[in-house]
Design a protein around this ligand. Structure first.
Ligand SMILES: [Zn+2]
Length: 62
């Protein structure tokens, strides 16, 4: 595994765990810079159970 792949792996892991929208965007930017295609992880709203893109879930109205 080369360095880019290792960076991408960490960025992807951070992306799925990022609770802060700004942190999420930074991880996303890292993957874009590396030119890595990543599956968008879906998030579930802890309040209403709605499932969707993390960015959408964060800003939706329950
Ligand atoms: Zn909700």
């Amino acid at each position: 595994m080369n360095t880019d792949e290792r960076i991408a792996q960490h960025a992807a892991a951070g992306l799925t765990r990022a609770l802060d929208p700004d942190a999420y965007r930074h991880f996303q930017a890292i993957l874009e810079i590396l030119g890595v295609d990543y599956p968008t992880p879906l998030a579930e709203c802890p309040v209403c159970g709605r499932v969707g893109l993390p960015e959408r879930i964060r800003i939706h109205d329950c």
